[in-house]
Design a protein around this ligand. Sequence first.
Ligand code: CA
Ligand code: CA
Ligand code: CA
Length: 413
Amino acid sequence: MQVRLASMEALRPETTAGLMVRETLEDYSRTLHILAHPVGVTQDGRVGSGNFLTLQRSTTGGQDGDRWDSGYGGGTVSLPHAWMRLNRKSQTFTAYWSNDGVTWTQIGRTTARPAYPQEVFVGLAVTSGGLGKNAHFEFRNFQNLVSGLLPISDVTLNEGNSVTLGFATADPDVPAQNLTFSLDPGFPEGASINSVNGLFTWTPNELQGPGVYPITVVVTDNGTPPLSATNTFTITVNEVNSAPVLASVGNRSVNEGSALNFVVSASDPNDIPPNNVTLSLDGKPPGASFDAVTGAFSWTPDETQGPGAYPVTFTVTDDGVPPMHASETITITVNKTTPLRIENLSVSVSDGGFSFSWSTRAGKTYKVQYKSSLTDPAWRDLPMTPIISGSTASITDKYGASRERYYRVVEVE
Ligand SMILES: [Ca+2]
Ligand SMILES: [Ca+2]
Ligand SMILES: [Ca+2]
């Protein structure tokens, strides 16, 4: 706080006027003063050239004439411009004087022991200079400077949301100084304060939640020296759970009797820290298996399952709060496989060989193989290819009808 002493009348050597801090409103409370002492008589009786001085009562009920650690006898009191300022930062009190309210000179500084309470009483203090004496004082320009940064409540919000907070001084109408707002180092990335109007804004990102962030706002005036006040509060950022992601599976098809194997994978890439994820499968066809840990699906549909279309749903669920999930429903198409059937097979013996004919199926090609004995280990291809005529294929093996051979017709894909 600061004040200008504009006039004093009825001066006596002990007449003083200035600012006071007191611990309580009781008599003989601990106090701290900065006083203008225009007559300039020092406490030990010597005449000075005009002084500002600091005094304190450092113990409850004790003497009120203790100096601060250094403060007695600064500057010249030059009415009506006798400016005094008393600044508190935590337990450190500093006194300044000025003859213009712009350039300030420190006169005393002390750290209170025991500590003063957070809230103290402040005001103007005068001494007439003797019992029964009257004196008249005129103060102007009292300002409760930035020391009164209004307290602000702690804030809790979700990551991704914005917070805007206004920081006001306790005395918003008065400050003649330009005030500059800033944040103490250590504030979270992305947080900022408007240096002019004290508007604090922050949108904590995914990386910053969950977390607890103490933030200290500093407001500084442009006096000489500059004085500042701080206000610390806490922002708690909650984690917001995002859904996990299932890697695309896609529809599948398989022939009955064949194995279908694939692996489903999932993660939680949109959360920091990521959640644990669990896989599950709905609509599992009979005979299929699914490993929820590895995501491995396997199924060999049997003869009774094709043809058919089987919708199955894979789901990933995370362990966030609340749990989130993602799923994909695919269709597994089971194809019927048609066994090879050679129809309308006829065999004749003619022209010194064996002739075969059979009905063909569209899109298929054929070959004929033989063995001389059924105990031969392998079938051999006949060197000639079948002759296709319409939907009939025929082939003649001029091997000699009196001999023995075993044949088979092979449908080639
Ligand atoms: Ca996060
Ligand atoms: Ca998640
Ligand atoms: Ca998140």
